[in-house]
Design a protein around this ligand. Sequence first.
Ligand SMILES: [Zn+2]
Ligand SMILES: [Zn+2]
Length: 253
Amino acid sequence: MLLKVLGSSGAEYPGYNPPAFLIDGALLLDAGTIGSKLTAREQLKIRDILITHSHLDHVKGIPFLADNIIINSGKTTITVHGIKETLDSLRRNLLNDTIWPDFTKISAAIEPVLRLKRITAGRRFRVGKFSVRAYPVNHTVPAVGYVLEDDKGRTLLYTGDTGPTSAIWKATEKMDAVIIEVSFPDSMSALAAKTGHMTPSLLVKELAKMKTPPGKVFITHPKPQYIQQIRKELHRIGQANIEMLIDGATYRI
Ligand SMILES: [Zn+2]
Ligand SMILES: [Zn+2]
């Protein structure tokens, strides 16, 4: 499984982009950054997007991607998967013919460029060669994390945005890699609790909830303004398999 990080930051700054992870070239986990990081050819290869929640830093690439597909005469339909609340919000607040055209009705071919597909937390579904399951997590809006398994049995868990949570940990066996959010340093734990995010100390507690330790622990969503502090605190945990993701980098899982 090849993981290309289009963005892995909790904000947008030069060199730091909101979360989006391209898996094997065709599947996106979240869509905070797309058009500014992929060529037209790469954008046309995207088939599915798994959205964790409705916040702008996780969906803002979708409207521009849809526009690029049309302009580049792409004949593809991209399926955007999400829980009901997330899809309702996308329809109501983003693809509403006011903020942006409704690309679930616009096409360069017979089918519209975007299709919104509702998923149910806990129920397994297939996306191409991946078996996928979503689990509710603990954020300020309804949100899920995803567990993916490819046809070779490689496994990846992505929390999306969450504070301390439980269902996603109980449900998982050994993961080859997990992508967990750590947005704030420990000194900002009150703000983390209020906004449904994590700190390095909370990360340690979350990892202890897993039945089996994961192979790799990748960190996403740090606020760039506090990245040095977060890095120091993660280093202090003293666990060699914890690594902060780097925007633009590719990882083999
Ligand atoms: Zn969020
Ligand atoms: Zn976020």
